[in-house]
Every structure is written in structure tokens, then in C-alpha cells.
Design a protein. Structure first.
Length: 394
């Protein structure tokens, strides 16, 4: 037991507390076990068999939002988030509270198109319930069709380069118009675009539930598809997907999509916006919300703001820029903490007096839309398209 690589990593922790200084769950509940340092201590006790798996232990390990705000803060290099994933994998068998959520997640990911059709059939019954529970925004409507159903190649007369798109589940099924906006921008700027068929979920939701082997299978399938594409970059509108396929795949299958990129980082130096944005004229000021996996997982904060300034938007910064409480499935399993984090961010957005909220993550977009009324919430790709493209769309 003491030779486990996981234990060796945990033994490097000197309890300095650097990791809990910016932990959003610790800010909500400042007991030791609700911070990163406390969770590491619990996992060490579990590996040394000083602690036994219990419902209480499960709740502490599964209460991490996986935002990666603590990423890179450990002076001794402990990979905190990765240790949380490993701990959840160890505890999944005895974690009865999330048993049915695991079954549901596996069914959806293995049968995405069937699940989507079922959701369409029952949305008139299901959505009022989800709205009452505060799980979806009040104005949310399920699209009539998903973004992609097969391999799609968009060609241009004079190809500048080829890029591929990793769609992600949220964009594909819930916000397909975001994918179309990205395609529209890329085609106008001279890029040939391939949206490969066969793409599956990036695997992050399954990892978050402790389903490591299932996540590994998805990673292998995605690498088989995207690894053979000759593309300058693999772009995604979801920072969680980028973090997973670029940074976490090497940890679980020893190979990742190294040229995966966030769209704002890719487009910033590649688009020439000649005219002021018609969009920003309507919404003269915006406030920007940093998605956690973009800011912490990928270390990208300035690029989206520079992109917004480039298209003519005036940014009013929030007083408090922290996690919105989405965390993928976190908002379903930890409603109290998620709701408290969301409330703070919604209030911070409204206090700016901006005309709109902009973020770079479809999950954050949905989460913020649950609590912010009278102020539209956009994905940054929508503003870029309005600034860069004519009214013609794909």
C-alpha cells in the first residue's frame, strides 16, 4: 500500500495551506475537510487504511468542484485535482448517493442520440420540473436538432489551413447555434473545417463520478479519431473539453490532443476585425465571467478580454470573479454550495450595470442564465461572429 504512486504524491504535502486559499468550497464552508488540504489528508488516510470509506468521507471527496483553482499552487508539486479523481475512483463502489446519476450518465454517454430524442419527446413534462428545481434557465428551449450527426467537412475556395472542431456534448445538443457561429467565423477567415463523426464525450463527467475506466475508453476513442487528422488546431467552445483532451488524456491514456485550443486564444491573432462591432453597439458594455477550466486549467484569462476589446466591447470587471457553481455535475449533486456560488456571481454581474454578461463556456452560460434576469448571457463566440461576419450563416 505504501508504494502506491498516489501515496507518494500525497506524502509531498506539507500542510502549508496554499491550496485552500482560493478554494471556492472552503469559502462556503470553512471546515478543514471542505478545502483542498483537508481532502488530501483524508485521501492519505484512506490509502494508509487509517480511514474507511463512509458516506461522510464520500461527501467530502465528492464535494470538490474540480475547478482547478488550486492547480499549480502547491510548492511541492502535488497534483491536487488528479488526486481527487483517483480518490473518487476508489470510493465509487460504496458511493450509493450518486449511484443512479452514474447509471444515467453512462446511459446518456453511450446512447447520446437516443437520449436526445427521448429528451425531446418528454421535454414538455420534464422541463417544467427542471425549471421549478432551478436546474435550467427560465428561457431555455431544447433545439430541434443537434449540431452534428456525421462527419462534416466545410471547404473554402482558397484554404488558409485546416482546423478540426471538438464539439462537446453541451454545444452539440443544447447550444448548436454556438457551433454554427464558430464554423461561420472560420469559413470567412479562410479555414477549411472538419467536424469529425464518431466523436464521443470527452469523459470529464464520468471522471468526476469516479468512473475512471469508462472515461479511459472514451479518451481512447477520441484519440483514435482526432489523432489521425492533419489539422493546425483542434478547437472547442468548451474549456472543460479542452482541459480534458489536452491535459488529462496524457494522465489516463498517456496521450493527449496537444494542439487542442480555446477558440478565443486561436482567433485573437488570426482575425482582422475592420469595423466596430454591431453587437457591441447594441451592448456597449459587457462584463466577462472567467470559466474555471479556462482560467485555471488552461491558464487563459487575458485572451478573451483582449478579443472582446478587439471587437469593440467595453468591459466592466466584476468585483468578485470566482466560480459560478456549475462544475459540470456539481450543480446537481451539491445544490446548496452551487446555489450560493451562483448567487454571488449573479449579483456581481448585475452590480456592474453592464448591458450583457459574456463567458467562454456553454456550461457557465447555462448556469449564469439560471440566476441572471434582465441581462442576457452570451458565449463569446456569438459576439465575435456578430463583429466579424455578415448576416450570412452556414
Amino acid at each position: 500500500m505504501k508504494n502506491l504512486p498516489e501515496l507518494k504524491d500525497l506524502e509531498k504535502c506539507v500542510r502549508c495551506g496554499s491550496c485552500k486559499a482560493c478554494c471556492p468550497t472552503y469559502d462556503e464552508d470553512n471546515t478543514e475537510a471542505m478545502g483542498a488540504r483537508g481532502r488530501l489528508a483524508l485521501l492519505r488516510g484512506l490509502l494508509l487504511q487509517e480511514l474507511k470509506p463512509t458516506p461522510l468521507l464520500n461527501e467530502k471527496i465528492f464535494s470538490c468542484i474540480l475547478c482547478e483553482a488550486c492547480s499549480g499552487l502547491c510548492p511541492n508539486g502535488v497534483d491536487i485535482t488528479e488526486n481527487i479523481y483517483r480518490g473518487r475512483n476508489m470510493l465509487r463502489q460504496g458511493d450509493k448517493r450518486r449511484k443512479y446519476l452514474r447509471l444515467l450518465a453512462k446511459f446518456f454517454i453511450r446512447n447520446p442520440d437516443l437520449s436526445y430524442k427521448m429528451l425531446q419527446m418528454f421535454q414538455h413534462v420534464l422541463f417544467p420540473y427542471l425549471l421549478k428545481k432551478g436546474i435550467i434557465p427560465s428561457n431555455f428551449k431544447l433545439p430541434e436538432s443537434s449540431f452534428k450527426e456525421r462527419t462534416q467537412v466545410y471547404k473554402v475556395p482558397k484554404r488558409r489551413e485546416r482546423v478540426a472542431v471538438f464539439t462537446g456534448c453541451v454545444t452539440n445538443f443544447l447550444y448548436p447555434h454556438l457551433g454554427l457561429s464558430l464554423i461561420n467565423i472560420l469559413l470567412k477567415s479562410g479555414y477549411e473545417v472538419i467536424v469529425p463523426g464518431g466523436e464521443v464525450c470527452c469523459g470529464m463527467p464520468l471522471r468526476a463520478l469516479g468512473l475512471e475506466e469508462e472515461a479511459r475508453e472514451l479518451a481512447t476513442r477520441n484519440m483514435r479519431i482526432f489523432g489521425r487528422l492533419k489539422a493546425e488546431a483542434v478547437l472547442s467552445l468548451c474549456p472543460t473539453c479542452v482541459t480534458m483532451i489536452k491535459n488529462q488524456y496524457p494522465k489516463i491514456i498517456n496521450s493527449g490532443i496537444s494542439n487542442a485550443m480555446d477558440v478565443s486564444s486561436f482567433l485573437l491573432e488570426r482575425l482582422d476585425v475592420a469595423q466596430p462591432s454591431l453587437f457591441s453597439q447594441k451592448y456597449a458594455t459587457v462584463t466577462y465571467h472567467d470559466p474555471c477550466h479556462l482560467a485555471y486549467g488552461l491558464g487563459i484569462k487575458d485572451e478573451p478580454r483582449r478579443m472582446l476589446e478587439k471587437i469593440g466591447a467595453n468591459i466592466i470587471e466584476k468585483k468578485e470573479n470566482s466560480c459560478c457553481g456549475s462544475g459540470g455535475l456539481f450543480s446537481l449533486t451539491n445544490k446548496d454550495i452551487s446555489g450560493s456560488l451562483l448567487k454571488k456571481q449573479a449579483e456581481s454581474c448585475l452590480e456592474t450595470g453592464a448591458a450583457a454578461v459574456v463567458t467562454a463556456c456553454p456550461a457557465c452560460m447555462m448556469q449564469l442564465g439560471r440566476a441572471i434576469t434582465g441581462m442576457p448571457v452570451f458565449h463569446i463566440i456569438e459576439l465575435i461572429e456578430e463583429a466579424y461576419c455578415d448576416s450570412d450563416r452556414v
